[in-house]
Write a protein that binds this ligand. Structure first.
Ligand SMILES: Cc1cc2nc3c(=O)[nH]c(=O)nc-3n(C[C@H](O)[C@H](O)[C@H](O)COP(=O)(O)OP(=O)(O)OC[C@H]3O[C@@H](n4cnc5c(N)ncnc54)[C@H](O)[C@@H]3O)c2cc1C
Length: 394
């Protein structure tokens, strides 16, 4: 890596990024390109600790723009999944009623509508491989922080302690850093996803695997949705989404660690759906319930001189295909504010970044909240609207 020799606000500062998700790793890469001293403290035991979930698409104006700025476009092109940006919309019988193949057609890199998909694990590995050796300190689950002089002392679950001049919370939606910045809490959107991971779908549920066809599949009926996506390792991730009461995961009486109990709930809840979908529930070895929460749209806090947030830790919102892209854009904006020559001090740089980040997040969260009910609990009208959008004139 060729680091810039420019002097900037981060000269002689130690930076701790807590959380090695897409936001934190991207920020580490961008800051290292400018010669900053960065460590990423990540909760996972190791690089290979867990399956990262399915695919994400990067967008021209955000994720791909950041890849370019991070000098990682060639690596991205070597790792993305051509064709996985297409999608199928099916009804509860599994009949295809929208087959969208337009995304990549006539497009490709450089086209603003092109949204290439990449496996989350591949994206993570690519970002880690771009960092200086030993940048990521694994098995470092932050439990608390305390101010120490002008910086911070960080304490981890494994008993270790680290110090830093500047801390950046990139530790996702249950951020341990966020409470040191603001006490604004997340709200429930009304929708909950039950996520399932199937490692060998080609043999475990071959007909469903064929229907997904290595792309994005969305199955909708009134009030319920199932989305399924391939993983880069041949596995399949699915999301069974619907509206459930707040705290339903705790009050439902379902033990989400017991796959039989979760499958029984889903089979009953999706009664009348094709056996194709039932096969997903039956063969799935592990489920994760995800109530979809979001931070209030009008959040505000005073900028700190040595602490800030990026990604979900700052602006959790219901999934709308923007979360990873936005976390990366936060990383780019923050790195530019901290390493450019526009600001006299770190607090002003953080303040300018946060203002831009919050304004963008507000707009995206508004859209995500509007979309979540249509996605999780479609109505006859919303499905007709969707069909008309892709089949104009029919
Ligand atoms: C079901 C679902 C589907 C989604 N689909 C998409 C999609 O298709 N496209 C898209 O762009 N976005 C999608 N999103 C949103 C996206 O996953 C997030 O917005 C994005 O991952 C946020 O990135 P991040 O780096 O801020 O946080 P995260 O990805 O959450 O990463 C946080 C990291 O911090 C680590 N960590 C957590 N706590 C600690 C701690 N105490 N100490 C140290 N480390 C810690 C975690 O292990 C993790 O590695 C989806 C979200 C959900 C729930």
């Amino acid at each position: 890596m060729e680091a810039s020799e420019n002097t900037h606000l981060l000269q002689h500062k130690e930076i701790a990024i807590v959380g090695g998700g897409p936001g934190g790793l991207t920020l580490a890469r961008l800051l290292q390109l400018k010669g900053a001293h960065v460590k990423v403290y990540e909760r996972d035991i190791s690089k290979a600790a867990r399956v990262q979930g399915a695919i994400v698409d990067l967008h021209f104006e955000s994720g791909l723009k950041v890849m370019e700025a991070a000098g990682l476009m060639d690596a991205f092109k070597a790792n993305y999944m051509p064709g996985a940006d297409q999608f199928r919309l099916v009804d509860k019988e599994g009949n295809i009623f929208i087959e969208d193949k337009s995304n990549g057609v006539g497009g490709g890199f450089g086209d603003e509508h092109f949204r290439p998909e990449i496996d989350r694990g591949a994206l993570r590995n690519m970002l880690i491989d771009a960092l200086l050796p030993d940048t990521v300190i694994w098995d470092s689950q932050l439990v608390s922080m305390a101010e120490a002089g002008n910086g911070w002392k960080l304490s981890f679950k494994n008993g270790t302690i680290a110090t830093a001049d500047i801390v950046i919370g990139a530790d996702g939606y249950r951020s341990k850093i966020r409470p040191y910045v603001t006490d604004i809490k997340a709200l429930y959107s009304g929708a909950t996803i039950i996520q399932g991971e199937i490692d060998n779908p080609e043999t475990a549920c071959p007909e469903m695997y064929a229907l997904v066809n290595n792309a994005n599949l969305i199955a909708m009926d009134i009030g319920k949705t199932i989305a399924a996506q391939p993983r880069g390792d041949g596995g399949l991730t699915f999301y069974a989404s619907s509206l459930y009461p707040e705290n339903w995961v705790e009050t439902s009486g379902i033990d989400f660690n017991d796959k039989e109990e979760v499958a029984a709930h889903l089979i009953k809840y999706y009664e009348g759906w094709s056996p194709l979908f039932v096969s997903l529930f039956k063969v799935c070895p592990r489920f994760v319930p995800r109530p979809l929460n979001y931070f209030p749209l009008d959040q505000h806090w005073e900028a700190r001189p040595n602490l800030t947030l990026i990604g979900d830790a700052a602006h959790l919102m219901p999934p709308s295909g923007e979360g990873v892209n936005t976390a990366m854009l936060d990383a780019l904006d923050l790195s530019e504010c901290l390493t450019g020559d526009e600001f006299d001090n770190i607090q002003s740089a953080i303040g300018a970044y946060e203002q831009k980040m919050r304004a963008r997040a507000k707009m995206l969260a508004q859209e995500a909240l509007q979309g979540i009910e249509e996605f999780s609990a479609p109505t006859e009208e919303s499905m007709k609207r969707l069909a008309a959008q892709f089949n104009p004139g029919e």
